[in-house]
Design a protein around this ligand. Sequence first.
Ligand code: XUL
Ligand code: MN
Length: 343
Amino acid sequence: MSQFKFSVGPWNVHEGADAFGPDVRGSIPFEEKIKKFKEIGMDAVQFHDDDAVPEMNSMTEKQIKEAAADVKSLLNKYGLAAEFVAPRLWMDPHTMDGGFTSNSKEDREFAIWRALRSADIARQLGCDKIVLWLAREGTLCQESKDPVEGNKRLIDGINAILNYDKSMKVLIEPKPNEPIDRSFIPTIGHVIGLSYRTADPNRVGGLIESAHAILAGLDPANEMGYALAAGKLWGVHLNDQNGMKFDQDKSFGAENLRQAFNQVLVLKKHGFGNNGEYVGLDVKVMRTQKLEVSYRHIENSLSVFRMLEKKADTFDWAFQKKCVAERDYEALEHYTIKHLLNM
Ligand code: XUL
Ligand code: MN
């Protein structure tokens, strides 16, 4: 029996536009996605604030809460939980220059307003996690922002959430670049360091996305290990990535099966999920997929994860110990490859 529960976001099934071309598929209504997520085997849904409450900028705080309560009813109808709410602090004209670290005071205030509404929405959805993907919190032009001031402003933003709702945890999802050139918080190491400078470090942790770690030139399993050792791995976004280029969000294990195996191994071995954490799949539909098969990447990622779980269960730790004792890591490496290939 798997120790894991799984989650995905409505943005993971999309129309397929990229930076160089328009939509290639039709839209799928929100309720249909939710229904299908349950059928695929998901336990929870991840939300951006405006996935749950579209057009929220023009709504009152009361209206926002009411709209979120309707989404909660929809989740109940299909037996799904909500995992987190993430303020979308990168789409709005107000967040063009960043959210919490914008050079405009008015825009920083807007970012905090949106972040607090995420807490309101999360409460209505029955979850206690706010994810901050710090998309534009950094620089396009290095001389445009002072990095020390940037760090202070990030802490002010996080503290605003912590003080507003004492039941909320803040999970920072680091990414080294894209859409920004240089991020202020590029890795989980930065996240954990920053967490100790906030008003309540016990409520600030991290969410690691495989592709983001690879984009930073780092190994996702080791990044997860670092956060697990600190007791601060509260979410993951599993996917895959072919080297250091644009963020690809490929299906889990599609590029590097051994690297994927090692992520499953570390999560399994160290009890990820024991405190209710979900295995999130942040995967993108390939641009070339037809509408009828636009959930395939989620199904495949789940299937690969489950196969790798079996590989983790049947990994020969006695042989691993022997190889370690003899310091014969060539033998261990070859065993691991044969194990993954069923040979
Ligand atoms: C962006 C990314 C986002 C976050 C949620 O690269 O991964 O989808 O996971 O805001
Ligand atoms: Mn992600």
